[in-house]
Design a protein around this ligand. Structure first.
Ligand SMILES: *[C@@H]1O[C@H](CO)[C@@H](O)[C@H](O)[C@H]1NC(C)=O
Ligand SMILES: *[C@@H]1O[C@H](CO)[C@@H](O)[C@H](O)[C@H]1NC(C)=O
Length: 492
């Protein structure tokens, strides 16, 4: 590395750090997508409806541009092109999700869709043929509408339903899929859905998030145990749950306590029961909820208690820790009644979220760029849960769709640099990194306006043509060199 480059890096980092910019040997790079966001083919053969099919079709106004995922990137038909893109990028793995109502139209294992089963077999085989490891998410928000009609994530029976579905997927694909994510971002499934009512299944209910929270943990634990007991002995794979974490730090010295509570509320509720040594809810948060529930007139805590047996059942149900991270917030004590909303809707505590003036925004409302946040997040996890293997299962940047997407390149460069610092300086065991997303896709209630893709997808073209952006070339170079120090001649 030339002196000039060292200086440039020092400027970017704000401190002088002259270690090399290579990732550890064997570090895994990949990219991700999810079923509803890319597959389309919403009514192919015997596929049943998910909550996203049902809601976007019955009320197009729920999505910013009035669109839905009926066709999306048409990956149901174009999966070979998807694998080709993964190959062009040089990905070590591709993370995608299985659509529960596509694989099991009745949502219970009484009926399997042969076409659904074949689609995922074909995708997995095509990846393996190209030396790309399939990493599979079982649940990325597309609950069968039939199960929503029975209460969805608010019904405790969902732990059994989900574990039955997981068993079917493991039994079909476990011979070739060695890394599984049970549930993607439970905080969205529970907090965002029930607190805002904006995302499918659009049930707004002030008591929903915490009930869902407990059920989602039991569902994850059950699915993990099914793998552990019935499949791990022959397939030797790994299973975890992917949590979305917005790095939260105190706005000032006086706000340190409230920042701790905010972190326990935003991540501890989903990670402490699984990853901590003692299991169960974070103690401080559990006490805070007991107090506030009493004050509000509830006869028991709104944060549903775990039995001793449940604590033991959930505790330790991981083989690694999966982290989705995009953005950060400053946290301060609000005046009474003033609450954070964002993802977590901390309605019960007077906590306010803010962004620093220096943080640049992306093209969607919640997105602000603070690269140091990912390093701090990783360190928080290490400090809380010890030397667990951390797999970054999502990270990426949204814009309006520039082909020369310098902001995205800069985002990846700066965030990856912080990941490197976490590995090299803080000795965190980060084993892999996943770019979100391999291509533009249906970005939930933002529709097709918000772009996260390394590849542009032309949604006006019936062929859904995919074209690499500048960031695709950059990411491919990083992977090829296993380093952020890319030879000049190859830099764009
Ligand atoms: C599937 O839905 C599309 C509209 O998205 C419609 O044109 C097509 O006829 C439907 N196919 C079947 C088999 O119902
Ligand atoms: C940041 O927000 C402003 C104001 O909403 C917007 O004009 C701008 O395009 C956003 N930046 C990016 C990179 O999208």
């Amino acid at each position: 590395m030339s002196i000039k480059r060292v200086l440039v890096f020092c400027l970017v980092l704000g401190v002088c750090w002259c270690g090399n910019l290579d990732f550890p040997p064997g570090f895994k790079f990949g990219a991700a997508t999810s079923a509803y966001q890319i597959e389309g083919a919403w009514n192919a053969s015997d596929k049943h409806l998910s909550v996203w099919d049902f809601d976007t079709q019955s009320d197009p106004k729920m999505v910013r541009d009035g669109n839905n995922g009926d066709t999306a990137c048409d990956s149901y038909n174009l999966y070979k092109r998807d694998v080709e893109m993964a190959k062009e990028l040089g990905l070590h793995f591709y993370r995608f999700s299985i659509s529960w109502p596509r694989l099991m139209p009745a949502s219970f294992p009484i009926r399997i869709s042969e076409d659904g089963k074949r689609y995922y077999n074909d995708l997995i085989d095509e990846l393996l043929k190209n030396n790309i490891e399939p990493i599979v998410t079982l649940y990325h928000w597309d609950l069968p509408q039939r199960l929503q009609n029975l209460g969805g994530w608010a019904n405790p029976l969902i732990a059994d339903w989900f574990a039955d579905y997981a068993r079917v997927a493991y039994s079909f694909y476990g011979d070739r899929v060695k890394t599984w994510i049970t549930i993607n971002e439970p905080i969205v499934i529970c907090d965002v859905v029930y607190n805002t009512g904006l995302l499918a299944p659009r049930v707004q209910h002030e008591d929903g998030a915490l009930i869902c929270n407990k059920n989602v943990l039991l569902a994850h634990a059950k699915a993990w145990r099914v793998y552990d007991e019935e499949f791990k002995p022959k397939y030797h794979g790994k299973v975890s749950m992917a949590n979305q974490m917005v790095w939260l730090e105190a706005a000032s010295k006086e706000d340190e306590d409230i920042a701790i509570l905010a972190r326990e509320h935003s991540y501890g509720r989903y990670t402490h029961p699984v990853f901590s040594r003692e299991g169960g809810w974070p103690a401080k948060l559990e006490r805070a909820y007991a107090d506030i529930s009493k004050k509000q007139g509830y006869l028991r805590s709104k944060l549903p208690a775990f039995t001793k047996k449940e604590i033991e059942y959930i505790r330790g149900t991981y083989d690694f820790l999966a982290l989705n991270h995009y953005t950060s917030r400053k946290v301060r004590k609000g005046s009474p009644g003033e609450s954070a909303t964002l993802f977590t809707g901390i309605y019960d505590f007077d906590i306010k979220f803010e962004v620093d003036e220096s943080w640049k925004n992306g093209s969607t409302s919640w997105f602000y760029v603070y690269p140091e946040g990912i390093r701090k997040q990783i360190n928080w996890l290490k400090q809380q849960y010890g030397d667990v293997e951390i797999f970054i299962t999502e990270n990426g940047y949204c814009d309006d769709g520039d082909m020369v997407d310098d902001n995205r390149v800069e985002y990846y460069k700066d965030y990856l640099k912080q990941v490197l610092l976490a590995i090299k300086e803080d000795k965190a065991k980060v084993i892999g990194y996943t770019a979100w997303s391999m291509m533009d896709n249906f970005e939930w209630i933002d529709g097709y306006q918000t772009k996260f893709g390394l590849y542009k997808v032309d949604f006006d073209d019936p062929e859904r043509t995919r074209t690499p952006r500048k960031s695709a070339k950059f990411y491919a170079d990083v992977i090829k060199h296993n380093s952020l120090d890319i030879p000049e001649s190859q830099e764009l």
